[in-house]
Ligand binder design. Structure first.
Ligand SMILES: CC(C)(COP(=O)(O)OP(=O)(O)OC[C@H]1O[C@@H](n2cnc3c(N)ncnc32)[C@H](O)[C@@H]1OP(=O)(O)O)[C@@H](O)C(=O)NCCC(=O)NCCS
Length: 171
């Protein structure tokens, strides 16, 4: 479990399926993610069980569920390991009601600290569609550096890539 001044970040549990289903049901939230909405809470449950939880056990990292201190679910933020490239990616997704309050930056900062201090990672990347200004702004506020564009060969979607190195992180 990770804690910031306003948030609790914790690994996903099966009981979070309903919250994830609700989060992904908002087309505005999904607009720039490239992900499809779940057809049912059961699909969200499968994702937690088959994709999210194994990241914790295999790589000591993963997308963490984010809550206000009063227990209100606001979305998720966390690191994900991509075995194909060996890269670790920071991601975030919040319920629309909680946008624009600095929560993604606060949660992202905490996850980057965890990656560098606890996991001793060398580099963390973040990717966004070029139209996703809010996400790119978060990367910049986190002190990440623009590295270029990446084109997904399967759907030809372009992504903008930022990164940060352990050595660049202020203590
Ligand atoms: C991306 C996302 C997580 C950002 O969360 P957030 O908590 O609102 O982010 P923060 O408040 O920490 O910072 C957002 C910044 O972007 C700015 N911003 C948002 N929309 C903007 C726009 N259209 N143009 C310019 N700036 C914009 C905000 O003003 C804020 O900057 P500021 O602190 O300088 O005012 C949230 O918008 C979200 O969940 N989006 C849907 C899912 C998604 O796209 N995830 C990322 C996929 S790569």
């Amino acid at each position: 479990m990770l804690e910031t001044p306003r948030l609790i970040l914790r690994p996903a549990l099966i009981k979070d399926a309903e919250n994830l289903y609700r989060l992904n049901s908002d087309p505005e939230v999904m607009r720039y993610t490239g992900d499809k909405k779940f057809n049912s809470p059961f699909e969200a449950r499968n994702l937690i069980q088959e994709r999210i939880i194994p990241q914790y056990t295999q790589h000591r990292m993963g997308r963490f569920m984010a809550f206000l201190k009063d227990g209100t679910f606001i979305g998720w933020c966390g690191l994900k390991y991509f075995p194909e490239t060996g890269e670790v990616d920071l991601g975030y997704r919040l319920i629309q009601h909680f946008w624009g309050m600095g929560y993604a930056t606060e949660a992202g900062e905490c996850c980057i600290d965890y990656g560098f201090k606890e996991l001793k990672l060398n580099r963390i990347i973040a990717k966004a569609m070029p139209e996703n200004i809010a996400s790119i702004k978060v990367m910049q506020k986190l002190g990440m550096t623009f590295r270029g564009y990446l084109r997904d060969p399967t759907d030809l979607q372009s992504f903008i890539v930022y990164d940060i190195f352990n050595s660049e992180k202020k203590p």
